[in-house]
Write a protein that binds this ligand. Structure first.
Ligand code: ZN
Length: 427
């Protein structure tokens, strides 16, 4: 089960303090590069204008803690990198309990959870802790220390381009900005890295080219689009935003804005045939980079296949979203396998065109029983159904829908029909 390898890789990346920018994002990308050597690590400088946004300052953090009046360290960033709000400003002072409480985030309804809080675009300092921790705090003075800084640096992202026989592309995007949070979205990073590895292994056979990117959510996808829009608009035929693919509770689908693109068609088909009880969201439930990929003027054919969707599980954006309780090797395996099925369906985006007039003589080619009995036609029914729709106007996915079978049942038939020159592929 490849899920075990993906899980082990996720474990390696777990403690790294990812954010919008910074050394730890570069470290994450370097570890991914060990799995996929063709991953290119790229940078966009602070201050670069990207559409309506600007690349922010880089953030660096080394140390953060709270000490009580006895000098005892009662909270330490080293123990959990959710303890400091993302992009926190530096601070070094002694404060009262009430001032500490104003800058301490917790979740009374989930008393054991440390929340994930960020403040990327307005400078502030702050800590995050469990509600149980907050309740235990007694009146007195607290020494607080955050050793962090903001400076003009860059935003790092990863890009893998796998050239196929055509410049037309399949696109995968996942986000690398969340620190130690498992389903959202360490699962996306780990699963996408292993999907890229698999595509690299079969690259000689690929018809389409593949563009796979690892960016911080929102600012990263906007920046990437601003640099590559023209190429992406003319080449991408379908793609997926890979998010929350590591738990084993559900499968779900979030459409593109158009909701009727090839990506949508394939996502629904693959889910229908593997987990018919999957949850269907609408465009109104969007929340990740599909917002940008499908925005007006961009309008790329990008949908999402997820396990349990962000914001739809109780552990979401808290320390409870971890590799012990939420994400499992089995969950990651399911996420990987379903997206692999979707990629194979994209890869088979061609229309078969029958080469003969009338129905071909299949028996002569060993594709039909030569003894005609009452039900002999049933034995070759899928081939004849396939051929009857092979008029060049149906993609293979449409034929699968019309024949009421999963598209992967048509792959071996395609091979046979090509071998006997009974169809040609039209792209
Ligand atoms: Zn998130």
């Amino acid at each position: 089960m490849i899920g075990n390898k993906i899980y082990a890789f996720a474990k390696k990346l777990w403690p790294i303090n990812r954010s919008l920018t910074g050394t730890d994002n570069r470290l994450t990308l370097k570890l991914m590069k060990k799995v996929c050597k063709n991953l290119k690590i790229k940078e966009i400088k602070t201050g670069t204008k990207v559409f309506d946004w600007k690349i922010p300052d880089e953030w660096w953090i080394k140390e953060a803690w709270i000490k009580d009046s006895n000098g005892k360290k009662i909270l330490d960033f080293k123990k959990n990198n959710l303890h400091v709000i993302g992009y926190s400003s530096p601070v070094n002072k002694t404060i009262s309990l009430s001032e500490l409480k104003k800058n301490l985030y917790c979740l009374p309804k989930q008393p054991t959870a440390i929340p994930y809080v960020t403040s990327y675009y307005s400078r502030k300092w702050g800590f995050c802790a469990s509600y149980n921790f907050k309740k235990k705090l007694r009146k007195g003075n607290y020494k607080i220390f955050i050793n962090s800084k903001h400076f003009r640096g860059g935003l790092s992202y990863g890009e893998i381009i796998i050239p196929g026989k055509t410049i037309k592309e399949i696109f995968l995007s996942t986000y690398i900005c969340h620190p130690s949070l498992a389903n959202d979205n360490l699962s996306g990073i780990a699963v996408t890295t292993f999907l890229a590895k698999w595509l690299n292994e079969i690259n000689k056979k690929l018809y389409f080219s593949y563009r796979i990117i690892f960016i911080p959510e929102t600012i990263g996808s906007i920046a990437y689009l601003s640099k590559n829009l023209k190429k992406m608009k003319s080449n991408i035929i379908a793609g997926l935003n890979v998010s929350c693919v590591g738990d084993d509770r559900a499968f779900s689908y979030l459409p593109s804005r158009d909701s009727n693109t090839l990506a949508d068609k394939v996502a629904k088909h693959v889910l229908k045939w593997t987990s018919p009880n999957y949850i269907k969201y609408t465009w109104l439930d969007r929340g990740s980079d599909e917002k940008h990929y499908c925005a007006p003027k961009i309008d790329l054919p990008i949908a999402s296949i997820m396990r349990t969707k962000y914001a739809k599980y109780p552990e979401y954006h808290t320390s409870l979203d971890n590799l012990n309780t939420v994400v499992s090797a089995k969950g990651l395996n399911g996420g990987y396998e379903i997206i692999k099925k979707a990629l194979l369906a994209f890869e088979n985006s061609f229309s078969p065109v029958a080469t003969t007039y009338c129905v071909p003589h299949l028996g002569r080619r060993g594709l039909y029983p030569t003894t005609s009995t009452k039900d002999s036609y049933l034995k070759a029914r899928l081939i004849t159904n396939y051929l009857t729709f092979a008029d060049g106007s149906n993609f293979l996915i449409d034929i699968a829908e019309k024949c009421n079978v999963p598209i992967w049942d048509l792959y071996p038939i395609t091979e046979k029909l090509l071998e006997h020159k009974l169809i040609v592929k039209k792209y």
